[in-house]
Design a binder for this molecule. Structure first.
Ligand code: NAP
Length: 539
């Protein structure tokens, strides 16, 4: 239906976000379906989370040949990564390359935030208001806002009074931060802190790491790619794509189906040693039951803790770093370049803020319940209001003005992580309830975008004007998401952002679907093949 409101421009679809998902969704709707589409993006360019996460050491922890699109043979042939794990500037170059390769920028509006989106039931249109004061209407609203894009800056008393410089890693100043000779504090030891800490330590006068929860980390063993490997990727693109689609986590490796407990201790340790030497997330694929059986998991956890104690020379620091309170990989396991070795440097110290929490930030630095630490720079590597933060901040309202924040007061409720009941014709790429963050994201994004595009094509071909997730189907899906999580050790990491536990006041709901990417793809395909079972379709 065309819009008749004055000063409102009509589009077939509005996409929010110009990361990988927004780019591929634009390409699919514009070039495959011939639709009139715009992407709104708050940043000045494409790249999504990678546009903002420019902190020192920022690097992908998926291997580069899995962190790319495979939907276009020509695109695959046009690109070569240089390292096993690409750094942020190279990923940003890839994003720019995708945008240029498919001439996407003319349909993108940068430096423009979506301030509100309301569903108008009479016209069956989304009304979208952007930060440049414009109003738009669209048949479809597609959120491509990423899972990790709303910074979680802790509300610590006194931050405003700090006389030095501070930054959150995901909103890194464009001009960078000069750490040379400075007293630097890093708060947070998740994937981000673990990447940033060795790089900052190499520049700072003194680095103090404030650790609340000790973390496992596996060496990345990053290295330049050989010409032979680059050639292999181009020659075997279809096999690589198929492998990722068949696996639990959409990576380029399979999980060994054996139990860690069915082999001898000697063999198990040999497997772990080999995986440690090879490096990377494959460590968690060494045995099939690491995320299902606590006793099996304990063997991997103990192996890593022993490694930490071997690497870190100061026994007290080693004890703090290896005193880990959750099963291995129950939180997203970081991979690192010399993280634990960094604590052997003379200019690095570790402060335990689990026993002695941060009390306040003062003009001079950080004060814990035990001591004052004078600092010139504070870096918050404190993560994200993950999966729901960016969606909730957009002021989206569905039928009868229902705000998304009310619809999700008890936690996110979706059908397949793709749609929300009461929010017709709105799709959420990698939304809560999809495997998303438990997977390597580019294959998951391809799958979601292909599904949404096929769904919209089906609607068009069958004269359907509206699709909406059924309430009961959504409740059943939430139940399946819970069951899938409870069949693993993942919920045993009580402070995890998978559960929303890192943001005060956020409902504790396990958000991603832990049943595996391959199984999830099958469910989505079957729903589409059954003329969209669990959705209401209206002409
Ligand atoms: P994170 O995993 O949520 O870690 C945040 C860290 O900050 C934790 O150590 C947390 O401690 C600490 N923290 C949070 N609030 C705090 C507070 N108020 N006081 C003291 N400490 C506090 O965040 P992240 O490291 O940014 O990683 C998030 C996700 O981003 C990763 O799991 C990964 O999926 C993704 N990531 C990916 C890459 C990549 O290479 N592709 C790189 C970086 C990040 P607690 O554990 O005690 O809460």
């Amino acid at each position: 239906m065309k819009d008749t409101q004055p000063n409102t421009r009509h589009l077939d679809a509005i996409i929010v976000g110009a990361g990988l998902s927004g780019m591929y969704q634009l390409l699919s709707l514009r070039d495959k379906l011939g639709m009139n589409v715009k992407v709104f993006e708050a940043a000045a360019g494409v790249g999504g989370t990678w546009h903002h996460n420019r902190y020192p050491g920022a690097r992908c922890d998926s291997e580069s040949h899995s962190y790319m699109f495979y939907f276009s043979k020509e695109l695959v042939q046009s690109w070569e990564w240089t390292e096993r794990y690409p750094q942020q500037p190279e990923i940003q170059r890839y994003m720019d390359h995708v945008a240029d390769f498919f001439n996407l920028r003319p349909d993108m509006v940068f430096n423009t935030r979506v301030n509100a989106a309301d569903y108008d039931e009479a016209s069956k249109l989304w009304r979208v208001h952007t930060s440049d004061g414009q109003s738009w209407s669209a048949t479809y609203l597609i959120t491509a806002v990423g899972c990790l894009s709303s910074a979680n800056v802790p509300a610590i008393e006194g931050l405003d009074s700090f006389q030095g410089q501070w930054a959150h890693t995901s909103a890194w100043p464009a001009e960078g931060i000069d750490f040379k000779g400075k007293r630097v504090g890093v708060v947070g030891t998740g994937s981000t802190g673990i990447q940033a800490i060795p790089v900052i330590a190499a520049q700072a006068g003194h680095l103090t790491v404030f650790q609340r929860t000790a973390n496992y980390s596996i060496p990345a063993r990053n290295a330049p790619l050989t010409e032979e490997f680059k050639h292999y990727v181009k020659e075997n693109a279809e096999d690589i794509r198929q492998l990722m689609n068949e696996t639990t986590n959409a990576h380029c490796f399979r999980i060994d189906p054996r139990s860690a407990l069915e082999v001898s201790e000697q063999e198990r340790n040999a497997v772990y040693e080999a995986a440690w030497a090879k490096g990377g997330l494959q460590f968690r694929a060494t045995f099939g039951d690491l995320l299902k059986d606590k006793t099996a998991n304990d063997t991997a956890a103990e192996f890593i803790k022993t490694k930490i104690r071997q690497v870190v020379k100061d026994p007290q620091t080693a004890a703090l770093l290896s005193d880990i309170d959750h099963p291995f990989a129950a939180k997203r396991p970081p991979i690192d370049s010399h993280y634990f070795e960094t604590f052997n440097r003379d200019n690095v110290s570790l402060v335990d803020i689990r026993s002695h929490p941060i009390e306040r930030i003062t003009a001079a630095g950080i004060q814990t319940t035990q001591a004052q630490y004078d600092l010139d720079v504070i870096v918050f590597a404190t993560g994200f209001d993950a999966m729901t933060g960016s969606l909730l901040r957009m002021n989206i309202s569905g039928r009868q003005g229902l705000p998304l924040k009310d619809a999700w007061a008890a936690g996110p409720r979706t059908y397949l992580g793709l749609q929300i009941p009461q929010f017709p014709n709105m799709f959420t790429i990698t939304g809560p309830g999809s495997p998303s963050v438990l997977c390597n994201l580019p294959p998951q994004i391809e799958q979601h975008v292909n599904w949404i595009t096929a769904c919209i094509a089906y609607m068009r071909d069958n004269g359907i004007s509206q699709i909406e997730a059924d309430e009961q189907a959504s409740d059943d899906w939430v139940q399946q998401v819970n069951e899938a999580a409870n069949a693993t050790l993942l919920p045993q990491a009580h402070h995890s952002w998978y559960l929303g536990a890192n943001v005060p006041g956020k409902p504790r709901v396990f958000m991603p679907y832990a049943g595996g990417f391959a199984r999830y793809r099958g469910i989505c395909d079957e729903v589409a093949a059954s003329q969209y079972r669990g959705f209401h379709l209206h002409r």
